[in-house]
Design a protein around this ligand. Structure first.
Ligand code: NAD
Length: 482
């Protein structure tokens, strides 16, 4: 059943400036209303992947020689066009992804803002720099070549743009592959962006990771990969790209810990920040708080206050203005989180759910879950050790701070972490010991400024996300001496 027209790009792929049919199609389902088909996604075959790579390679020589000023001008014109469509793009993102309107709009606006920021800095960043030593050397920059951008379903526009925009701005041509579960808003954004660039600069292919993604990362004509997704997929990309030694930028999974010390200030504002860091996007955020370690003396108080904040959540269709938390993004994720809760319950953990169902009569029509807190968990029970990617958090007690730090580090992940204490020096000292790409004090998660570099350590990533807004990753520096 469809309740609105399919978006214009539904079921198509973009190759050399043309939106064309490619392979069989599969529906994109509204996770808040499983009977509603929002659009279709083409399962491209290798022939279309070949065409996408070939056209990106054909467009490269001209695009890579354009001046940064021209690229900046085109980017700014594209962002102005995107801005005109924010309400439609936001609504489409809610319908295919489930997140509430305010969160979806923020994703779209931040993506557009990224274009403006990169365009504004591009000419200055591109200027050769002179290093005066015994032999003066000019450090110059050049694009790397055809770039594959592969993105996940949880924040599809933002995470596509974070790689796509610096790649195109740096003079590369791109083949973009969004996630099959949730590609439509990305496709509509690219429909608006595409005409601002010569044909072939921006190509978009949809389809399975095993066919489209795998072919892209293995192809020797692709010089660079910008990937966001799970750690297992990242590992596979490293293997498949090894033969042609590509530059890889991988932003992978996480299991972020929050350590709450006995002297933490747990006032309303702190609890609100913590709750947001757990439940934003229904917990389907790489840098969500996914486990809490709390010093024994504050356990009951934290539990009571978090329970009260979780209790204010209104779960429903993201399109409803009252909704503060939407459904899980798709059936696979819904089944995984339900299975994890079931196994945790069987193991004897206490699982309490909170919040309100916006429309109880429509509850079974979407992948809805009320937010939960799990108590009685120990490190490393499954729910503590895994990336749950859902609206639940386990709380584990500790007495000894060293033990909590050990638990925080007892993982292959290392995206973000937070320390909640009124002692800033203690927070800094612990930040030195916690293996994460960033450690927050009395907060968790997101750097609002796009200039601040983001990266995961250990198996959460490879490369620095916002280093010079990502431009460094998609260009090579070379020295010129005379
Ligand atoms: P995923 O790894 O399953 O898929 C991501 C993308 O990779 C999709 O487009 C998929 O089709 C493609 N893909 C799958 N197999 C492939 C292969 N063999 N070769 C090439 N491409 C392939 O991840 P997901 O389920 O879409 O997203 C959730 C995961 O992403 C979570 O682990 C989350 O933590 C992570 N994530 C990380 C960040 C970050 O910045 N570190 C941000 C968001 C999400």
């Amino acid at each position: 059943m469809t309740s609105e027209a399919f978006p214009a790009t539904s079921g198509k792929v973009l190759i050399a400036g043309e939106w064309v049919e490619a392979g069989p199609k599969t529906p994109v389902i509204n996770p808040a209303r499983m009977t509603e088909i929002v659009g279709e996604v083409a399962l491209s075959d290798t022939e279309h992947v070949e065409a996408g790579i070939r056209e990106a390679a054909t467009a490269l020589p001209l695009w890579s020689r354009t001046q940064p000023e021209e690229r900046a001008e085109r980017l700014l014109a594209a962002s102005a066009d995107l801005r005109k469509s924010v309400p439609e793009l936001t609504r489409l993102l809610v319908r295919e992804n489930g997140k509430p309107l305010t969160e979806a709009e923020r994703d779209i606006l931040r993506s557009i803002e990224m274009i403006d920021i990169i365009a504004a800095d591009l000419a200055e960043w591109s200027r050769p720099a002179l290093i005066e030593t015994s032999q003066p050397v000019w450090i110059r920059k050049r694009p790397r070549g055809v770039t594959a951008v592969i993105s996940p379903w949880n924040s599809p526009v933002l995470l596509s743009f974070r790689r796509l925009v610096p790649a195109v701005a740096g003079g590369n041509t791109v083949v973009l592959k969004p996630a099959t579960q949730c590609p439509l808003t990305v496709m509509e954004c690219v429909r608006i962006l595409g005409p601002h660039f010569p044909d072939g600069v921006l190509n978009l292919l949809t389809g399975s990771g095993e066919t489209v993604g795998d072919t892209l990362v293995a192809d020797p004509r692709i010089s660079t990969v910008g990937f966001t997704g799970g750690t297992e997929t990242g590992r596979r990309i490293i293997e498949r790209s090894a033969a042609s030694i590509k530059k890889l930028h991988l932003e992978l999974g996480g299991n972020d810990p929050a350590i709450v010390l006995a002297d933490a200030v747990l006032d309303g504002a702190a609890i609100e920040r913590m709750t947001r860091a757990i439940l934003r996007a229904t917990g389907q955020v790489c840098v969500a708080i996914k486990r809490i370690y709390v010093q024994e003396s504050r356990h009951d108080e934290l539990l009571e206050k978090l329970a009260s904040a979780f209790g204010e959540t209104i779960v429903g269709d993201g399109l409803a203005s009252e909704t503060t938390m939407g459904p899980l993004g798709n059936k696979v994720q819904f089944d995984f989180v339900n299975g994890l809760m079931e196994r945790s319950r069987n193991q004897g953990l206490d699982i309490r759910t909170y919040g309100e169902k916006l429309s109880p009569e429509e509850w079974d029509q979407g992948y809805f879950l009320l937010p939960s807190i799990l108590t009685g968990a120990n490190h490393p029970d499954e729910v503590v050790a895994c990336e749950q990617f859902g609206p639940l958090v386990p709380i584990v007690r500790f007495n000894d701070i060293d033990r909590a730090v050990g638990w925080a580090n007892d993982t292959n992940f290392g995206l973000r972490a937070s320390v909640w204490t009124s002692d800033r020096r203690q927070a800094e000292a612990l930040a030195d010991r916690i293996q994460a790409g960033a450690v927050f004090h009395n907060n968790h998660g997101i750097f609002r400024d796009l200039h601040i570099e983001f990266s995961g350590v250990k198996q959460s990533g490879l490369g620095r996300e916002s280093l010079h807004l990502g431009l460094d990753h998609y260009t090579d520096s070379y020295g010129f001496a005379d």
